[in-house]
Design a protein around this ligand. Structure first.
Ligand SMILES: Nc1ncnc2c1ncn2[C@@H]1O[C@H](COP(=O)(O)OP(=O)(O)OP(=O)(O)O)[C@@H](O)[C@H]1O
Ligand code: SF4
Ligand SMILES: [Mg+2]
Length: 362
């Protein structure tokens, strides 16, 4: 069967017009689905995700391990083009639709208009070329400059990500770097062309606090100078609180809450988001005192629970009447200005629980 995008165009055929509700967005993702055919069955890693990111804006994507954050990012970058991946939906980058675009064209946009800091630095750096050679190549592919100029740029970037003796380290191989250094080198490579869209997938996980702050500053500089749109994926809600304008919460391959950072942090309207916020360590509280952890494990993406995918773990699953929670999947619905959540409880029920039960404990 031919995979169809939301507009009805077959995947691989150009879609003609950008979504009308995405005015001013640099990136618009509409109903993105990425499913993988495996021996165990169809893995629905991403199952209908939509969002926009405007120039200069940061979208934070949060959610437990396996919720589909990396698969979403790789999909935007056009990096799932294998026979086993079934992709549909639309990805609009600066007015161009990429899911149906020529793969060579998408490859040219990668590294230039859009770049990604990968969760696994090893997969992004080639073992046979020096770190410098790879950054120089990335720079020269998109800029008509001499090797000498490109080398100076590579050294400058290595310096900016905090690599000591960058003039010397530029000639090292990635395996000669520690994990943290490798991650920094990859960040240098991602930023070398001042991308207009940067997807940072757990960019600071292996780094110590000082370097982490340095990298976040670098990303902010990029945004300030070039108005870049940024997607920041991280388990660290502290980083999200510091960086993100908007937040998208993923659960089981879907978006279950989305809105401005202020709304999602201070008026969250989904029980899963309450759990995430409750498990966030706070400086003024001992680690052992963590509240409302999200009990249980993430859903199987092959057999997603019917109804609300969160129902086996949700303390409020019996609040909605008629067993709705276990039979009907809740759709994202507007719960306030610039704020959407997918839950069968009424707005009043959720507001009451948040104000009376959850917020006082956070
Ligand atoms: N090529 C693939 N084939 C089959 N399943 C895949 C493939 N790539 C990813 N998956 C599955 O898709 C799901 C989502 O994976 P993804 O890497 O996006 O999670 P994530 O949210 O980034 O998690 P983490 O926080 O651990 O990085 C996982 O269950 C993963 O096993
Ligand atoms: S729909 Fe039901 S199970 Fe899902 S989050 Fe809301 S109350 Fe919990
Ligand atoms: Mg990931």
């Amino acid at each position: 069967m031919t995979e169809l995008s939301k507009t009805g165009a077959a995947v691989g055929e150009p879609v003609e017009s950008a979504p009308t509700d995405a005015e001013g967005a640099f990136l618009s993702v509409r109903d993105l689905r990425i499913h993988f055919d495996t021996d165990d069955g169809l893995v629905k890693s991403v199952d209908g995700v939509s969002f926009d990111v405007r120039p200069g804006q940061t979208l934070g994507i949060v959610g437990e391990s396996g919720s589909g954050k990396s698969v979403t990012s790789l999909g935007i970058m056009g990096l799932h083009r294998t026979a086993k991946a079934k992709i549909s939906g639309e990805v609009w980058l600066d007015g161009e639709e990429l899911i149906g675009a020529d793969p060579d064209h998408v490859r040219r946009l990668r590294g230039q208009k859009m770049a990604m800091i990968f969760q696994d630095p090893l997969s992004a750096m080639h073992p046979y070329y020096t770190v410098g050679a790879q950054i120089i190549e990335a720079y020269r592919t998109h800029n008509k400059v001499s090797r000498k100029v490109a080398r100076a740029r590579a050294i400058e970037m290595l310096d900016r990500v905090g690599i000591p003796e960058p003039g010397k380290r530029v000639d090292s191989y990635s395996h000669e770097f520690s994990g943290g250094m490798r991650q920094r080198a990859m960040i240098a490579m991602a930023l070398v062309n001042n991308p207009e869209l940067l997807i940072a997938d757990e960019p600071t996980t292996a780094l110590d606090v000082t370097v982490q702050a340095q990298i976040l500053d670098l990303i902010r500089d990029l945004q300030k100078e070039f108005g870049s749109a940024v997607i920041m994926i991280t388990h660290d809600l502290g980083v999200v609180a510091e960086m993100a304008d908007d937040i998208l919460v993923m659960y089981g391959g879907r978006c279950i809450e989305r809105g401005s950072a202020e709304k999602v942090f201070y008026e969250p309207r989904h029980p899963y988001t309450w759990g995430l916020l409750g498990s966030m360590p706070r400086l003024d509280r001992a680690q052992t005192e963590r509240l409302i952890p999200v009990k249980g494990s993430p859903p199987s993406l092959i057999n997603i629970p019917s109804g609300c995918a969160f129902n086996p773990r949700c303390p409020y699953a019996d609040v909605p009447k008629d067993n709705l929670t276990r039979t009907v999947r809740p759709e994202l619905a507007e719960v306030g200005s610039d704020h959407w959540a997918a839950c069968h409880m009424s707005q009043e029920q959720r507001e009451k629980i948040w104000i009376e039960e959850i917020a006082p404990k956070l």
